[in-house]
Design a protein around this ligand. Structure first.
Ligand SMILES: [Zn+2]
Length: 442
């Protein structure tokens, strides 16, 4: 089980450390270090997909993640962006901004600029916000990003030094993570790679198949820990060869969302009274979210009337929330005009959209699953929280419990570790990882 120390306990323990001697003054000509970080370091950032925050409480043995938390800094409350779907949340982690800014509206959506339906789009050119690899490369920090959503086939003047040309869904997680090691070991750049990003499916697919509370998940969670153990061994071996003398290594592990039990599936067309063949009201669903695009409807009054009718149909169901794009609650950050639908329908916990039911709503067993899903708002469904561990080598961080962490904080935290400025739109507050930077407990 990942350390359960409360933030208050962690702060109390740290109060005894606040009397450390002051750091020696810089000699003339020395470069001042970035605030909160003694020297630029190398970061290996791994995403474990769909690792719910409380997977550590199921009785699974997770010795490696436990060790990383004990020696590093961790949170059991990493709040993902909305919707808590793999593509938008990963993009929000590496850009530090919501869908309204980066534009990756769901795992599948309609792009009004190109007129194309995009499903699991790999092309980084779709990003409307700056990803951390560009933030780093334009400040002279070389990067590798392998298999993070929407990081492939990079074009333009500045790109990551290493990136993929497409996602192979059949690749096992060990091989997927090994791409990072391969890039690191075989890099021939003039300066070393200092930000390396890798991705693993980990607990996500089994969580969908079995549901988050199934006993099968214990073995799945233990296998995810073993995956990290094998990867860590390779990281340390490579770091010994590649890391500049005296430079620290940070291993950052984040997850993109949690997982909830599914009880019912809804056919979006039946539920909303729409015709699947009507391109004037195009419905694209991901998990519990339906975006409805009324792009073909003219004039504007016809579009508004159609939107009102769809919203009224959705609101006949107590588990469905429906909004015009401009009325989606602002805290969700979900109103990108290019990619979010004219109408957005969001189902409550326990409900998902599926094209398979013949009726508007059926028990999930009738269509054979999935028994787990995500996409729900973390503020109303805490099962969407993930976890994160930040581990430093060779100097440990000391088991700091970071408390609740917002997704907007990860991009600026990694930039601070790298000694660079965050992207202009990434205005989240970086995490304080150094004990001396924490306020003393009273
Ligand atoms: Zn995911």
């Amino acid at each position: 089980m990942l350390i359960k120390t409360t933030l208050a306990c962690a702060l109390a323990a740290l109060s005894s450390l606040t009397m450390q001697p002051a750091a020696p003054a810089l000699a003339a000509g020395d470069e001042a270090p970035a605030a909160g970080n003694p020297a630029p370091a190398t970061v290996v950032w791994i995403s474990l997909d769909g690792f719910r925050w409380d997977y550590f409480d199921r009785g699974a043995r997770t010795p490696t993640l436990d060790r990383l938390a004990r020696e590093g800094a961790f949170t059991r409350a990493l709040a993902p962006a909305f919707p808590t779907l793999t593509f938008p949340t990963h993009v929000s982690l590496y850009t530090g901004v919501p869908v309204s800014v980066h534009g990756i509206a769901a795992n599948g959506y309609f792009d009004q600029r190109s007129g194309q339906v995009l499903r699991y789009p790999p092309e980084a050119a779709l990003l409307q916000a700056e990803p951390i690899w560009i933030t780093a490369e334009r400040q002279g920090v070389r990067t590798a990003v392998l298999d993070w959503p929407v990081s492939h086939r990079q074009t333009g003047e500045i790109t990551a030094s290493h990136f993929g040309d497409g996602y192979n869904p059949r690749m096992p997680d060990d091989a997927r993570l090994h791409q990072v090691i391969h890039a690191w070991r075989n890099d021939r750049g003039e300066t070393p790679l200092r930000l390396l990003m890798g991705y693993a499916v980990a607990t996500d697919s089994p969580g969908h198949r079995y549901g988050p509370d199934a006993p099968e998940m214990i073995g799945v969670i233990e296998e995810a820990d073993a995956l990290i153990e094998r990867f860590l061994e390779k990281v340390l071996e490579t770091a010994r060869d590649q890391l500049p003398d005296g430079e620290e290594l940070y291993l950052v592990i984040t997850t993109d969302h949690g997982m909830s039990l599914v009880r019912h599936a809804c056919n979006p067309w039946h539920l909303l009274g729409l015709d699947p063949d009507n391109e004037d009201a195009r419905v694209i669903t991901s998990g519990n979210i339906a975006n409805i695009y009324l792009t073909g409807l003219e004039p504007e009054s016809a579009r508004q009337r159609a939107a009102d009718e769809i919203i009224a149909a959705a609101r006949e169901h107590p588990f469905a929330n429906a909004y015009r794009r401009e009325h989606v609650p602002a805290r969700l950050g979900y109103n990108n005009p290019d990619t979010v639908g004219d109408v957005v329908v969001i189902l409550d916990r326990g409900y998902i959209f599926s094209s398979r039911p013949e009726a508007p709503i059926v028990p999930i067993e009738e269509i054979g699953g999935p028994l787990g899903m995500h996409g729900y708002d973390v503020e109303t469904n805490p099962e969407m929280y993930g976890f994160s561990v930040i581990w430093r080598y060779p100097t440990p961080l000391g088991g700091l419990d970071l408390g609740r962490v917002d997704y907007t904080q990860i991009h600026p935290t990694i930039c601070r570790i790298l000694g660079i400025e965050p992207a202009p739109d990434a205005t989240g507050t970086p995490l304080e990882l150094e004990p001396a930077a924490q306020p003393a407990a009273r």
